[in-house]
Design a protein around this ligand. Structure first.
Ligand SMILES: Cc1cc2nc3c(=O)[nH]c(=O)nc-3n(C[C@H](O)[C@H](O)[C@H](O)COP(=O)(O)OP(=O)(O)OC[C@H]3O[C@@H](n4cnc5c(N)ncnc54)[C@H](O)[C@@H]3O)c2cc1C
Length: 314
């Protein structure tokens, strides 16, 4: 079995950026990326990504992959990792198809899994007229009529920011979300309408939203609905027993190490909030640098105390 220095699980911007830095550090690396479409695949473009602003998500990935290939240090594999077992100072990874690979270190860049709200028709519009981030897609739909789906208090707290993109704003308040009267007054003073009630279904033409329909039957005409789905970690991350923050993200220290020896993490799976391609790339690059540091320290230890590795391998 080929032994890699680093196995990267997740071939999005974070994983690919890490593979480029590892390649330029001459570290034998393998990147596994699940053939299942990535979270942002539904989006027509990647906005605010310098030098490739508005490129398609798959073109951003391919451009980084094209940078990686000529170095010849990283294998890019389309496969889902189903299982990871710690073994002899490293890890054995098994794909869904049953192939196995060995690596001394792991970098988790698996992103997050979206948990879509139970709104009929949402997936028909997702990425086109149901968007999840004003910075990513807001510019293209500026000055249109927007609805904001408020199913978490922090979305209400950010009401002022959405007006940056449009004055025609409605906030749909899910049952159970408390809107203090003074907050409601402040929001309505900005010309934002607050409409309480569960969203039942979305109506439109093709990918173009036309109406948000409430359980009460009320139909509210809207061009755009902003929805921030809840997120969860993928099954593999859950199986690794990594320390997780209260809001569900993998905890890392300043060197991108998780709480488990030899396992590093970078990208969306480590933080909520304004997740974006630039940050994922920054984190992947930084994690790779710390991995090189860690591996070089291990090599130095093995040169000075070769018996340590022999003992560890027994
Ligand atoms: C609809 C949408 C639109 C967006 N638009 C923008 C935008 O315009 N601009 C912007 O900057 N950001 C945008 N983002 C955010 C951006 O896509 C993410 O922040 C970025 O892709 C995170 O990169 P990542 O590498 O951490 O994770 P991801 O890009 O999610 O990549 C993780 C990869 O890991 C793979 N994976 C997961 N588990 C396994 C496994 N067990 N084995 C193998 N592979 C696995 C997944 O299939 C995926 O390909 C958008 C996000 C969404 C959802």
């Amino acid at each position: 079995m080929t032994e890699y220095e680093v196995a990267i699980i997740g071939g999005g911007p974070a994983g690919l950026a890490a593979a480029l830095t590892l390649s330029r550090s001459m570290m034998r690396t393998i990147v596994f990326d699940s053939p299942i479409p990535a979270r942002n695949a539904a989006s027509p473009h990647v906005g605010a990504f310098p030098s490739m602003d508005l490129a398609k998500p798959e073109d951003v990935r391919e451009s980084i992959a094209a940078n990686i290939r000529p170095y010849g240090y990283a294998d890019l594999k389309s496969a889902e990792i189903a299982k990871v077992v710690e073994e002899d100072e490293g890890f054995v990874l098994s794909t869904q198809g049953g192939s196995s690979y060995r690596a001394r270190r792991l970098l988790m860049t698996t992103g997050m899994v979206d948990l879509y709200p139970n709104i009929e028709g949402l997936k028909n519009f997702w990425g086109a007229s149901v968007i999840n981030c004003p910075f990513c897609q807001g510019y293209e739909v500026r000055n249109q009529s927007w609805g904001i789906y408020v199913h978490r208090p922090e979305i209400l707290a950010a009401a002022e920011i959405y007006r940056n993109w449009t004055d025609d704003l409605v906030m749909f308040i899910e049952p159970g979300i408390d809107v203090p009267p003074e907050r409601a007054e402040a929001i309505e003073a900005l010309g934002i309408r607050l409409i309480p009630g569960r969203i039942e279904t979305l109506e439109g033409d093709g990918e173009k939203l036309t109406h948000v329909v409430l359980r009460s039957g009320r139909r509210v005409p809207r061009d755009i609905l902003l929805v921030w789905p809840h997120q969860t970690q993928g099954e593999l991350v859950k199986s690794l027993d990594l320390p997780i923050s209260d809001d569900g993200y993998v905890k890392i220290d300043e060197c991108y190490r998780t709480g488990r020896r030899g396992i590093f993490a970078a990208g969306d799976l480590t933080y909520g909030g304004h997740q974006n391609t630039n940050t994922a790339i920054h984190m992947g690059n930084m994690a790779a640098a710390w991995l090189v540091f860690d591996l070089c320290q291990a090599r130095a230890r093995e040169e000075i105390y070769p018996e340590d590795r022999i003992v560890a391998a027994q």
